[in-house]
Write a protein that binds this ligand. Structure first.
Ligand code: NAD
Ligand code: UDP
Length: 312
């Protein structure tokens, strides 16, 4: 049995990770400030005596003894990370310094939830890990993108200077049950709108693309990455390479829900990436991992979840 710390454990992805690692027989500690996470995401795990909750903000140092750390703490949807941009940067920089300092002191292995946003609005398609990206350092997404880029730099430097055992997962758009219904991300927005018979809001003309990964596939991928030998310290893309335009996604959600919602077009936010698709050759080769769940199947499960949560 390992003792594992998950920062952001009450969030969408963090809660699935807590559940999986507990089910595999580990002791799991969630540290969360509940900015975008919720106790309701993890309440079903509270009967497990090997699960512990700590309310804490990672921008403040803390001390604990664990074997492994998954650093998931950070708001992930544009409306949430832009709500307090400076706090988002603090979470990815001061928070990461605190967590890396902890990992260094207790000699824990540590994984960073990085993001495809480090590639910005990519000029290379699909995106391999060797691509340095195209990020606007002063744009509305920069608090998130540059925070995560700085976090990667901190991880690499703590590894090189202090021998901290690091893993960096570059996570691409992930969806599934326990997404926040109001967090503004496209999958949750479209499903909630379709279930309520409201207009489906496409930003721009809907030709921009994303590659959507179901949360169970992601959890498999990050756990496999954590289990790689200590020599694997470079970033690895974890995403589903099946690419869809936002218009195609809207059509699929309408079709699967059987909704009568109409599509409306709204202005595209500044710096919204025009295309995104992971090159997952490294994940396939090193982790022997690739996503298994097709968009239709994942959407069905997510729609079921929202139907229950919204009592529709
Ligand atoms: P989420 O907002 O649901 O979860 C983030 C969690 O971190 C929440 O529980 C929140 O309360 C907590 N948190 C935020 N700031 C904190 C702080 N300062 N101290 C302690 N806790 C804090 O988002 P998510 O989608 O579950 O994302 C989890 C991680 O994965 C994030 O680091 C995100 O950047 C990364 N990621 C997610 C996606 C995606 O598509 N969901 C894509 C790429 C990367
Ligand atoms: N989007 C949209 N309608 C919505 C929410 C988002 O058309 O109601 C678009 C958004 O402009 C972007 C894409 O969907 O082009 C994915 O947005 P999301 O916020 O989910 O993720 P990110 O842009 O961070 O990849």
């Amino acid at each position: 049995m390992k003792r594992i710390l998950i920062t952001g454990g009450a969030g969408f992805i963090g809660s699935h990770l807590c559940e999986r690692l507990l089910n595999e027989g580990n002791e799991v500690i969630s540290v969360d400030n509940y900015f975008t996470g919720a106790k309701s995401n993890i309440v079903h795990l509270l009967d497990n005596p090997y699960f512990e909750l700590i309310r804490h903000d990672v921008t403040m140092p803390f001390f604990i003894e664990v074997d492994e750390i998954y650093n998931m703490a950070c708001p992930a949807s544009p409306i949430h990370y832009q709500y307090n941009a400076i706090k988002t940067i603090k979470t990815s920089v001061m928070g990461v310094i605190n967590i890396l300092g902890l990992a260094k002191r207790i000699k824990a292995k540590i994984l960073q939830a990085s993001t495809s946003e480090v590639y910005g609005d990519p000029k290379i398609h699909p995106q391999p890990e060797t691509y340095w990206g195209n990020v606007n350092p002063i744009g509305p997404r920069s608090c998130y993108d540059e925070g995560k880029r700085c976090a990667e730099s901190l991880f690499v430097n703590y590894n090189e200077q202090n021998n901290v055992r690091i893993k960096i997962a570059r996570i691409f758009n992930t969806y599934g049950p326990r997404m926040h219904p109001n967090d503004g991300r496209v999958v949750s927005n479209f499903i909630v709108q379709a279930l309520n018979g409201k207009d489906i809001t496409i930003y721009g003309d809907g030709s921009q693309t994303r590659s959507f990964q179901y949360v169970d596939d992601l959890v498999n991928g990050v756990i496999k990455l954590m289990e790689t030998p200590d020599s694997i310290t470079w970033p690895i893309n974890i995403g589903n390479p099946d690419e869809f335009s936002i218009k195609e996604l809207a059509d699929k959600v309408i079709e699967i829900t059987g909704s009568k919602s109409k599509i409306t077009f709204e202005p595209l936010p500044a710096d919204d990436p025009t295309q995104r698709k992971p090159d997952i050759s490294k994940a396939k080769e090193i982790l022997k991992w690739e996503p298994k769940i097709k968009l239709e199947e994942g959407l069905l499960k997510t729609i079921e979840y929202f139907k229950k949560t919204l009592s529709l």
